[in-house]
Design a protein around this ligand. Structure first.
Ligand code: C2E
Ligand code: MG
Ligand code: MG
Ligand code: MG
Length: 288
């Protein structure tokens, strides 16, 4: 089905969806208004360098402060945005907000970078690089201070187009990370050809790595694969000291998860970073 929205953009609906479900239609209208009315929020979760403990990147994770349903998690509205074309407006808002925030944080931490999640649909959009460059120009942030996290699905649905978009972004200095790695079916040759800086091991493997030999073997293989392809390897979903120790033994470059902290509002994340940076590395303030 093809329909026109009030913004007169072409919108393609998935056929399997019940497009005329009144709740769904109401949510679409509310989300469109919510983006315009500043109801979206960003929480930030640090990636902690291993073994040193320094934070060099924070990942922006979107939430929606719904007028009557409370704070919604991305799983409750990002898929809807992807299905209706609102994802472009959402991504533009996330990019601009995260980069604007980063320029403020960089006054005290000039090596901090911010990671933004890019949906499968956006990565297959040839307009994505221009949207990213506009956000960089508008906020004055350096391309190298931005990491885009993309999921494997985007690479399998249209690898040629995704590759083109990635080359364009990478050529301009933007860093690229492959999120939730291990769940999809990216071929090794695709992986080697793409300009990726980072692999993130999916948390399903990380969380079970002490329970069975298979998940540990997968994590070990991903770390080796990433390193052989000159990528940084990050483990997501780290919930215990035991798992962190096992990851360190395998040589992961960074870790992220509730063991350190859940995603935090922008007002709290810098305090968390200052409080948790090893003293020997906290070169931000001159000694008294
Ligand atoms: P992701 O990018 O893989 O992000 C990791 C998710 O795992 C986040 O959920 C995070 O809060 C959660 N998490 C972090 N540490 C742990 C842990 O130790 N244990 C467990 N069980 N979970 C942990 P969240 O914020 O609900 O985001 C879910 C997904 O929504 C993200 O997965 C990402 O794919 C998507 N998403 C989030 N923000 C955006 C956005 O701005 N744009 C797009 N397109 N997608 C987004
Ligand atoms: Mg991510
Ligand atoms: Mg992930
Ligand atoms: Mg995940």
């Amino acid at each position: 089905h093809v329909a026109k929205t009030s913004h007169s953009k072409l919108v393609c609906y998935d056929d399997e969806q019940n497009n005329y479900d009144p709740d769904r239609l109401a949510m679409i209208g509310q989300l469109r208004a919510g983006i315009d009315n500043d109801e979206l929020r960003l929480h930030y979760q640090p990636k902690i360098d291993q073994p040193g403990g320094r934070v060099t990147c924070v990942e922006a994770l979107v939430r929606w402060q719904h007028p009557d349903r409370g704070l919604l998690s991305p799983d409750q509205f990002v898929p809807l945005a992807e299905q209706t074309g609102l994802i472009d407006d959402l991504t533009r808002w996330v990019l601009t907000t995260a980069l604007r925030q980063l320029t403020v944080w960089r006054r005290v931490r000039d090596d901090l970078t911010v990671a933004v999640n890019i949906s499968e649909r956006s990565l297959n959009h040839l307009d994505l690089p221009q949207m990213v460059f506009d956000a960089l120009n508008e906020t004055g942030a350096a391309a190298s201070s931005l990491v885009l996290e993309i999921t494997e699905g985007a690479l399998t649905s249209d690898p040629d187009r995704a590759g083109l978009v990635m080359q364009h972004l990478s050529g301009a200095g933007v860093q690229l990370s492959l999120d939730d790695f291990g769940e999809g079916f990216t071929s090794l040759s695709t992986l080697a050809e793409l300009p990726l800086n980072e692999l993130k091991v999916d948390r399903i493997f990380v969380q079970d790595m002490l329970n069975g030999p298979n998940d540990a073997a997968i994590v070990r293989s991903v770390v080796e694969l990433g390193h052989n392809l000159n990528m940084t390897v990050v483990a997501e979903g780290v919930e215990s000291a035991e798992i962190l120790a096992a990851l360190n033994e395998l040589g992961v470059n960074a870790a992220q998860g509730y063991f350190f902290t859940p995603p935090l509002p922008s007002t709290e994340i810098m305090d968390w970073i200052s409080a948790n940076t090893p003293a020997t590395m906290n070169g931000d303030e001159p000694p008294p």
